[in-house]
Design a protein around this ligand. Structure first.
Ligand code: GLN
Ligand code: ZN
Length: 762
């Protein structure tokens, strides 16, 4: 009999109960006992729910108060030295919160993106590791809970080689070779964990090695083979399942196949990987279990049952009965249930599947392998997919025609940067070291209240508009008071830089409860790109115009660029991301040209997520960067030479994509760099970055107000590597999370620094 299993269920709770309770606990509104009670409820619910849906083998250890990589660090006894004294007497929960959030005078652990998802994990820190040692009991306790419910519980652990890969040495080199010196001690700890789990009478234990999705170095491949011989030897009763996901195996296939495991799980959710899945089903010895991750665990679309069933049939012909059926990866990356989406239009809802619906698909496909007739389900599924493909509201011929008509000139500005710069300078007459900001100003409580009231219809359109106008006037006034050179309207009308635009464009949809964990208690509700994207009406022009009417200084038009719009949404799968990005880019081009027409001289297109979109394998980078750059150019290049295009990037390390950043051909780039102490400037200077640069000199993530001297120091560092005529002065990112006091004082210091430097360098 083929069985179904799952790799992880979202832990945030159907109504984000976990988030709410943890935040209450942080504020001291509830105690630890109450928090533990709620956590237990969520786990029990999730266990029972999965079993009720028909899943045979239920994952454990997927619950977390913050992040499962951090849980793994704690299970291995890895606590960075700066926390050791602090955490000596703390409860496991408080240890998690302290490591993740820091304490007074002790910096939090770093957080970074989990592969190419929008989930963030806490980076293990390897400096000064003494020994890894089995510590704590979380995974064992949670597995016992599932066993007590009479379930076939399967603990899921992050594997040792992925753990090393994802962790980091902050001091000295951070190479794989160096990290691998930790392996012997790490393996001892893993062996103790496995032995303990083995004694619990479990059928399966799963170890995730998602780094099979990446380019592996030879030292890593070699280590894999030896490591799994050791891990397997620790198990006397339970079987070992090794899982990979998020990509094809590619060059890593032989290494994966050679692992000493009783079963292998792979991502079979992308039709492009089908041929590899079939090859594997032939090569894998029949006594080993093949777990087929047939349902995409990280999108929101229904499965193509007919395509999946034929793949599974072929796999079964090759490999025999020894199969498991599952989602491709943990469902952590999907919203929980469609049950609460009463307001979704029927045709959209019919093509969507969240975590619960995905598990039903898994169960159905697995029962088909066991001989159940699913032809009526398949028929219904095919009808829905066909209706979607033909949905007239999805396909806009005007958009299709425009895409088909694109020529080289649509991606190219009229003149070179040098020519443009002279014309822009003639028009705006900016001083040396022009000062500006990245866009948003403090999102005060009053703004949020007004927005909520407007949404609930307690505030009329007119009153809300007037409120926002007052806000804009205030923001313009403050910037004039500081003396900034290029002003912004402050973005008070925006709740979120993607949602604001998505809400106004054709082709986007929203859910009520489609929350996905981003990090810790932070959840996001990504918009859904359902159909062709087109601009329906100007989205920002009236705000920019109004702001400009209040001042003689130039006010920037502010837009979120195409790749970021794409990257922070759930995307279509019936066309390439390149096509979707180009559609968004054209909609933005309309906005850019309208802003220009209404007299806006500077337009900023934010692209903070450009690097996040990089494919997992380097061989695919070129193609991605090519269309990412083109979509920026498609939005921005059709303006007059006199119109200045700015861009902004943050959250990332950019040194390896500098060529592409140059290719954006923006007139000014405002780029996060204060936290890295301007490390970015060296390479930008080296490649002789052609356009103007504003390296952020105020870390807006911190409540601290930087002093004038400090800002001057940073700028002098910049002047040492970059032509002073190209330098702008700006904060690191938007000021939306800061208080007015902090923002205003910081900007004043920033402007004072600019003024003094102007005199010094005139
Ligand atoms: N213009 C946006 C803001 O200032 C940019 C935000 C971002 O880079 N994430 O808020
Ligand atoms: Zn930013």
């Amino acid at each position: 009999m083929t069985q179904s299993h799952n790799l992880g269920f979202p832990r945030i709770g159907e109504k984000r109960e976990l988030k709410r309770s943890i935040e209450k606990y942080w504020k001291g509104l509830i105690g630890l006992a109450e928090l533990r009670e709620l956590a237990k409820d969520i786990r029990q619910n999730n266990f029972k729910k999965q079993a009720a849906l028909g899943i045979n083998i239920i994952p454990t250890g997927d619950f977390s108060y913050y992040d499962q990589t951090l849980d793994m660090s704690l299970l291995l006894g890895l606590i960075p030295p700066r926390f050791r004294a602090l955490l000596e007497k703390s409860t496991p929960e408080d240890a998690v919160f302290t490591l993740a959030r820091g304490a007074s005078g002790v910096a939090a652990c770093e957080m970074t993106k989990w592969f190419n998802t929008n989930y963030h994990y806490i980076v293990p820190e390897f400096d000064d590791v003494e020994n890894f040692k089995l510590s704590g009991s979380k995974i064992f306790d949670e597995t016992k809970e599932a066993l007590a419910l009479g379930l076939d519980a399967k603990p899921v652990l992050l594997g040792p080689l992925s753990y090393l890969h994802l962790g980091k040495y902050y001091l000295g080199e951070n190479s794989h070779a160096r990290k691998l010196t930790l392996l012997p001690s790490l393996l001892k700890a893993y062996v103790s964990i496995l032995e303990k789990l083995d004694s619990m009478g479990l059928t399966w234990i799963q170890i995730d090695e998602p780094i099979f999705a990446l380019d592996l170095e030879q030292v890593q491949k070699t280590a894999f083979v030896k490591t799994y011989v050791q891990l397997k030897a620790a198990l006397k009763k339970s079987k070992l399942l090794v899982a990979t996901y998020f990509n094809k195996l590619g060059d890593n296939k032989d290494t994966f196949l050679s692992l000493a495991a009783d079963g292998l799980h792979l991502d079979a959710s992308d039709p492009h990987s089908f041929s590899e899945v079939i090859a594997l089903s032939r090569e894998l010895p029949k006594e080993k279990t093949l777990s087929v991750g047939i349902v995409n665990g990280r999108n929101i679309w229904i499965n193509d049952l007919s395509a999946s069933q034929s793949l599974l049939q072929e796999v079964k012909e090759n490999h025999g009965e020894n199969l498991l059926i599952a989602p491709s990866c943990s469902l952590l990356h999907a919203p929980i249930t469609l049950r609460h989406e009463a307001a979704l239009e029927a045709n959209l809802k019919s093509v969507m599947a969240f975590a619960e619906e995905k598990l039903s698909e898994v169960v159905l496909l697995s029962s088909a392998l066991n001989g159940q007739d699913i032809s009526s389900e398949k028929q219904a599924n095919a009808a829905i997919l066909e209706a979607r493909a033909k949905d007239p509201s999805l396909h806009l011929s005007a958009v299709q025609d425009r895409l088909a008509a694109l020529r080289e000139k649509d991606f190219k500005r009229n003149s070179s940067f040098t020519t443009r710069r002279a014309l822009q300078q003639k028009k705006m007459k900016l001083p040396l070291f022009p000062s500006t900001t990245v866009g948003s100003f403090p999102q005060t409580k009053e703004i949020r209240i007004a927005r909520a009231k407007f949404r609930r219809k307690e505030l009329s359109q007119q009153d809300y508009q007037n409120f926002l106008k007052k806000e804009i006037a205030h923001v313009i006034g403050k910037q004039e008071e500081v003396g900034l050179d290029v002003l912004v309207h402050g973005e008070s009308e925006r709740n979120d830089m993607v949602e604001y635009f998505a809400d106004k464009l054709h082709g986007y949809r929203f859910t009520k409860n489609g929350w996905v964990q981003s990090y810790g208690t932070r959840c996001v509700k990504p918009p859904i790109i359902y159909g062709d994207v087109q601009r329906k009406f100007p989205m920002t022009v009236s705000w920019a115009e109004y702001a400009q009417s209040l001042t003689k200084k130039p006010v920037k038009g502010m837009l979120t660029a195409a790749v970021t719009m794409l990257q922070w949404s759930f995307v279509r799968e019936d066309q390439t991301n390149k096509q979707t990005a180009f559609q968004i880019a054209l909609a933005l081009q309309d906005e850019v040209l309208d802003l220009e027409k209404s007299g806006i001289a500077v337009i900023q297109l934010d692209e903070p997520a450009i690097r996040e979109g990089l494919p997992l394998r380097k061989s695919e980078w070129h193609d991605y960067l090519d269309w990412a750059v083109k979509s920026f150019l498609l939005s921005s290049s059709q303006v007059k030479d006199e119109t200045q295009i700015q861009t902004h990037m943050c959250y990332s390390y950019f040194n390896d994509i500098l060529d592409s950043i140059i290719a954006l051909d923006a007139d000014v780039i405002l780029i996060e760099s204060s936290r890295s102490k301007m490390k970015l400037l060296q390479p930008l200077g080296q490649i002789n970055y052609p356009a103007d640069i504003g390296p952020g000199v105020y870390d807006i993530h911190s409540p601290r107000v930087p002093s004038k001297e400090e800002i001057k120091q940073l700028l002098k560092k910049a002047i040492a590597t970059i032509d002073k005529h190209k330098l702008w002065i700006t904060p690191d990112c938007g000021l939306k999370t800061r208080s007015w006091d902090e923002a205003f004082s910081s900007l004043k210091n920033l402007q004072l620094a600019a003024n003094e430097l102007r005199e010094e360098y005139a």
